[in-house]
Design a protein around this ligand. Structure first.
Ligand code: GDP
Length: 168
């Protein structure tokens, strides 16, 4: 079984500084399409059925403007997104992690770090080594993505987070 419980129902939250591409990544995962300007004045909760490793999985994904305590308690897995052209967005990941740890207290935090906008490699200002070192410090996976590039890496990032939640 994909999961130890009797239902493959997984709750995810995508977090990161505004503008890093959270909505674009979710829409890419759900539809396979890149939507360059997306209405993101509201919190959204998406519901999605997919197949991971031969198992049907029902996912709920929150894309929120603000990181609400109730959402932090609700989610089982967190995708921490930063933008490779914005060093502040990488620092924000560590701040968000501290916030999540505080709210969740002793609960295990399952998370993955996503480097988005890798199609803008020529504009990269976040050193890969610095981001890798942060992922080691935060004990989480670290995946390169582009919401406007091939779907493969985006799919891998969400599926991998689901697998980790299922194993936690
Ligand atoms: P959010 O505020 O984190 O949800 O960010 P959005 O998804 O609204 O994206 C912010 C801006 O970045 C939009 O103009 C998107 O078109 C752009 N964007 C998002 N992902 C990518 C990406 O992978 N590559 C590039 N070049 N632009 C992106």
């Amino acid at each position: 079984m994909f999961r130890h419980t009797n239902t493959n129902h997984i709750r995810l939250m995508v977090v990161g500084e505004p503008g890093v591409g959270k909505s674009a990544l979710i829409v890419k995962y759900l539809t396979g399409r890149f939507i360059s300007e997306y209405q993101s004045d509201f919190d959204w909760k998406y519901s999605y059925q997919t197949n991971i490793d031969g198992e049907q999985v029902h996912m709920e994904i929150i894309d929120s403007l603000t990181i609400d305590d109730s959402h932090i308690r609700w989610a089982e897995g967190f995708m921490m997104v930063y933008d490779v052209t914005n060093p502040d967005s990488l620092l924000k990941v560590e701040q968000i992690k501290q916030r999540l740890d505080t709210v969740r207290s002793t609960k295990i935090l399952t998370m993955i770090m996503v480097a988005n906008k890798t199609d803008l490699e020529h504009c990269r200002t976040v050193a890969r080594e610095q981001a890798d070192a942060m992922a080691v410090r935060l004990s989480c996976g670290h995946v390169d993505c582009s919401a406007c590039g091939p779907e493969t890496n985006v799919r891998f990032a969400f599926d991998e987070l689901c697998r980790e939640v299922a194993l936690a």
